[in-house]
Design a protein around this ligand. Structure first.
Ligand SMILES: Nc1nc2c(ncn2[C@@H]2O[C@H](COP(=O)(O)OP(=O)(O)OP(=O)(O)O)[C@@H](O)[C@H]2O)c(=O)[nH]1
Ligand SMILES: [Mg+2]
Length: 342
């Protein structure tokens, strides 16, 4: 063979090999960046809560300097201000006092790591069951009903969840059960288009149960993987609106008896302890399987996540930490505790 030809082939092979190595390195780097950016961002997103707890704790410990009743009172006040709730804050402080006795802790600056561990353990104890996670059923379709008071983030949560499913190659049908305003139906239609989902809609003012019926039938006939049902924001104190929700659920069950597989109450984390009352009343009207706590990025009162399951037996399954698709996260105890304490 011609020596020039051999050299050409050798050079070509070398160039191809180098390109493959460069491509592998670039791919690995970009994947890592994405993962890091996600982990980093939860800490950033929860920065206000983190400052409210950790920042305050440092101040209190500096001010008091020693382990005594005044320090305990200040720490309890700090937990209350972060919206952890009276009962849960009291339980946390009682456990801390026990730990102080048991471990004979005298240095105030050791308190943080014990408090963090107590909160982590409390969450782990409260979240032991399999049903504490979002229950994605492989049985088609997986039906999720979204409820909540006005403006809490129901529709945007549906969009974020839809995107998560369509990215995994699942077919998603959104049901415009908020027939109260034409704008709500149009808003959902825009999200359906953006996320690659389909929508079942009727005109403004129609009976929400009727749209839900049509949506469920379509989902079965066209074999959708996931059905996400939007509903109008309603005050938990208005009996007739709460009854409408029960009717929607009965309609779903008529078509698929074990659906909805999830009935989620979306709660704005900035609402404070009123969230507990909302959850209790919605749970009465339509048994809830979980909560979505939104807008945790905008509040120093993210402690509500810690108290809400301890006070009610309803788990937080998803958290909203911003307005982009990536800002809907599964609630992960360790990730959450690390984000606010480390
Ligand atoms: N910062 C922040 N904003 C959010 C989050 N979730 C939702 N929002 C914003 O909250 C506002 C209300 O959201 P919607 O999804 O329309 O709320 P809704 O519950 O459907 O409202 P109604 O249908 O009017 O009852 C929008 O501006 C959203 O972008 C979140 O996790 N963080
Ligand atoms: Mg809405």
């Amino acid at each position: 063979m011609d020596t020039n030809l051999i050299i050409y082939i050798a050079v070509a092979l070398f160039v191809v090999l180098c390109s493959i190595i460069i491509l592998i390195v670039i791919k690995k780097k970009t994947t890592n960046v994405k993962i890091d950016a996600k982990q980093e961002s939860l800490k950033e997103k929860l920065a206000k809560t983190k400052n409210g707890l950790l920042g305050k704790m440092a101040e209190i410990v500096n001010l008091r300097g020693k382990v005594d009743n005044d320090l305990m009172d200040d720490l309890e006040e700090m937990l209350l201000q972060a919206d952890i709730g009276v009962q849960t804050s009291g339980d946390i402080i009682d456990s801390l006092k026990d730990e102080i006795k048991l471990q004979k802790i005298t240095a105030a600056d050791e308190i943080q790591k014990h408090l963090e561990e107590i909160i982590r353990e409390l969450l782990l104890k409260d979240y032991g069951r399999e049903t504490d996670q979002l229950q994605y059923k492989n049985s088609k379709p997986f039906v999720v009903l979204f409820t909540g008071v006005n403006g809490v983030g129901k529709t945007t949560t549906i969009a974020k969840l839809a995107k998560r499913f369509t990215e995994k190659g699942k077919s998603v049908l959104m049901v415009a059960g908020d027939t109260f305003r034409a704008a709500a139906i149009d808003q959902l239609a825009i999200w359906a288009e953006r996320t690659g989902s389909d929508i079942m809609r009727q005109q403004e003012g129609s009976d929400p149960s009727s749209v839900v019926y049509d949506g469920m039938m379509k989902a079965i006939n066209k074999k959708y993987d996931v059905v996400l049902i939007d509903t109008a924001g309603r005050q938990h104190t208005k009996i007739n609106l709460m009854n409408e929700l029960s009717k929607i659920k009965r309609t779903i069950k008529k078509i698929i008896p074990d659906a909805p597989h999830e009935t989620l109450l979306v709660v704005d984390a900035t609402t404070g302890q009123n969230a507990i009352t909302q959850a209790e009343l919605f749970n009465k009207a339509t048994e809830l399987s979980g909560l979505v706590l939104t807008k945790l990025d905008g509040t120093a009162k993210g402690g509500i996540v810690i108290g809400i399951k301890h006070q009610l037996d309803i788990p937080v399954k998803l958290i909203g930490v911003g307005e982009t698709y990536n800002d809907l996260r599964d609630f992960d105890i360790n990730e959450f505790v690390e984000a606010i304490f480390e």
